[in-house]
Design a binder for this molecule. Structure first.
Ligand SMILES: [Zn+2]
Length: 460
C-alpha cells in the first residue's frame, strides 16, 4: 500500500530504476517479485470481484481503501494506472511491459491483470456520462453477485439520461424475466438494437432465455478476450446498416418478440474460427487471389480492399478526445496500417518485427481486428458478399437487417425446412428465428439497404 501511495502521488517517478529516479519503498521496486506479490494480493481481495462494489466506488463522494492497518486514498489505484500508461507510451521505462506480464506465483496474477481492476472502475467512472447504459453493463458483466438478478439491479443506480429508472427491482420475478424486461426497456429507451452486440459473448447458461436477451450470467470463453468484446460494443456505434430507422422490437409473449426487418442474404460458406491459421483460410474463402481484377459486389473496390477492411471491421482504433475509441477506416492510411499489421502477424515469433508492434500504427489496426474478429468467423453469402459473423454461424443461417440495428444480424430459423415459406421470394420461417449475434458485412454497413421494405420478423 505504501508503494501504491508513492506511485499514485508521483507521476514523474519512473517504474524502471535503470533510467532515473524510480518508485521505491523499503529498497523494493516494481522489479521485485515480493513487492509485485503484495500488489497482486491487494487486487485479489474479493472486493474487486463483486458487482455491488461498482456503484459503491463510482457513486461515492469520498473513497478510501482499508486493508489491515493501512489506509489508501481511493483515487490512488486509478492514478497508478494513469502513471503506468504515461510511462508506457513515453517508452522511457523499457522493462515495464515485460515486468507487467510476470505472473505472481501465489496469486497467479500478473501486474497487468491486477491493475486492470482499478482501471475498469476509473474507466466506468469517466465514461458513465459519455456512453450508454448497456456499455456499463457490458463492462462489469463478469463480476460476481449472489443473486444473479442483481446483474441488472445492482447497476440501475449508474443509469443516467434516457436509461434512468429503467426497471423497478422486483425479487418476485424470475431471472429470465428480469433480463428480458431490462433488454426490452433498453431497446425502447435507445430506440436501437445496440444491446444485441452483448449477445455473443460466451456459451449461454440460461436455456429458457430467449435468444434476443443477453445472458449476463454467462462467462466469456477466454477471459483475455473480455475487453475485445467490450470494444466491439463501442465499435458498432460507427455504423447505421438500417439507416435512420428506429427499433420497434416488442414482446409478443414472454419468450417471443417481433421486430421490423428483412432477410438480405443467406450464408453460403463459413471459415474456420479465429485462430492460428484462420487468416489464410479466410483469405482463400474470400477469393482475393483468384482474380485480382474482380471487384466486390455492388462496389468498385477490389476484393483485396474489401477483405482487409473486413478484417478490421471497417474501423481502426484511435485516440478521440483523450479516450481510446474507434473511427471509420480510410482507404489510404488504413491500408498502410494493414500492411504494418500483416508484416507483424506473419513475422516469426520473437523476431524484431514481432516485438515492434507497439511502436507501429499497426497496433490500432490490431485493436480493431480483435474487436471485430474475437468470437467471430469469416463467412461468405449466396450473393457474393463477405464479412465476420458469430463463431456459431453455419450455412443454415441468414444475414438480416433489423430496424434500429446499427449492424446486420445473423438469424437461424427455428423450424425445420417444412415451415420455411417463401414470401416475396425470400425464405421466411413461420416459427421465428433465433438470433446468433451481430455481424460485419462489407458493403452494407452504412445504410446502403435502408430503402428496402421491412417485414415482420419474430425472434424467439
Ligand atoms: Zn518512465
Amino acid at each position: 500500500m505504501d508503494f501504491l501511495e508513492l506511485w499514485g502521488n508521483n507521476g514523474d517517478l519512473h517504474l524502471d530504476s535503470s533510467i532515473g529516479p524510480s518508485v521505491k519503498v523499503n529498497g523494493m521496486e516494481l522489479s521485485s517479485p515480493e513487492l509485485r506479490g503484495n500488489i497482486a494480493r491487494f487486487f485479489c481481495q474479493p472486493w474487486w470481484g463483486r458487482l455491488w462494489t461498482v456503484q459503491e466506488f463510482i457513486l461515492a463522494k469520498k473513497i478510501f481503501f482499508q486493508s489491515g492497518r493501512c489506509t489508501l486514498s481511493g483515487d490512488l489505484p486509478g492514478k497508478c494506472v494513469q502513471h503506468l500508461r504515461k510511462h508506457t507510451s513515453a517508452m522511457c521505462c523499457t522493462q515495464l511491459s515485460s515486468i507487467m506480464r510476470l505472473t505472481d506465483s501465489q496469486t497467479g496474477l500478473c501486474l497487468m491483470d491486477a491493475m486492470s481492476k482499478p482501471n475498469l472502475l476509473e474507466h466506468a467512472r469517466f465514461n458513465r456520462f459519455h456512453r450508454p447504459f448497456y456499455y456499463i453493463l457490458q463492462l462489469f458483466r463478469h463480476l460476481e453477485c449472489t443473486d444473479p438478478r442483481d446483474k441488472i439491479y445492482d447497476m440501475l443506480n449508474l443509469a443516467i439520461g434516457p436509461y434512468m429508472d429503467l426497471i423497478l427491482p422486483d425479487y418476485t420475478r424470475s431471472l429470465e424475466s428480469v433480463l428480458t424486461l431490462a433488454t426490452i426497456s433498453i431497446v425502447e429507451r435507445s430506440q436501437s438494437l445496440h444491446i444485441f452486440s452483448l449477445l455473443h459473448y460466451g456459451r449461454r447458461n440460461l436455456t429458457k432465455l430467449p435468444s434476443f436477451v443477453p445472458d449476463l450470467t454467462e462467462s466469456v470463453l477466454l477471459d483475455a478476450n473480455r475487453l475485445e468484446h467490450t470494444d466491439r460494443v463501442e465499435m458498432v456505434r460507427l455504423f447505421r446498416a438500417s439507416g435512420d430507422s428506429k427499433s420497434d422490437l416488442r414482446l409478443v409473449s414472454t419468450t417471443k418478440a417481433s421486430t421490423s426487418g428483412f432477410i438480405f442474404d443467406s450464408v453460403s460458406a463459413v471459415g474456420i474460427p479465429l485462430g492460428a491459421s484462420s487468416l489464410e483460410n479466410w483469405r482463400t474463402l474470400a477469393q482475393v487471389d483468384d482474380d485480382p481484377d474482380a471487384s466486390y459486389p455492388q462496389t468498385d473496390v477490389s476484393r483485396e480492399t474489401a477483405f482487409w477492411q473486413t478484417l478490421c471491421g471497417g474501423s481502426v482504433g484511435a485516440i478521440v478526445r483523450g479516450e481510446y475509441e474507434f473511427e471509420g477506416v480510410d482507404d489510404r492510411t488504413g491500408y498502410q496500417m494493414y500492411q504494418q499489421w500483416i508484416a507483424w502477424v506473419t513475422a516469426p515469433h520473437d523476431s524484431i518485427e514481432q516485438k515492434s508492434l507497439t511502436s507501429l500504427d499497426g497496433i490500432d489496426f490490431n485493436t480493431a481486428y480483435l474487436a471485430a474478429a474475437v468470437g467471430h468467423r469469416f463467412f461468405v453469402t449466396q450473393n457474393g458478399y463477405f464479412g465476420l459473423a458469430p463463431a456459431t454461424t453455419s450455412t443454415r443461417d441468414y444475414v438480416t437487417i433489423l430496424a434500429g440495428g446499427p449492424v446486420p444480424y445473423i438469424l437461424r430459423p427455428v423450424s425445420d425446412e417444412v415451415s420455411i415459406e417463401y414470401i416475396h421470394g425470400t425464405a421466411t420461417s413461420a416459427l421465428g428465428y433465433r438470433i446468433l449475434g451481430d455481424a460485419y458485412v462489407h458493403g452494407i454497413m452504412d445504410g446502403e439497404l435502408s430503402n428496402r421494405k421491412f417485414e415482420d420478423i419474430v425472434l424467439v
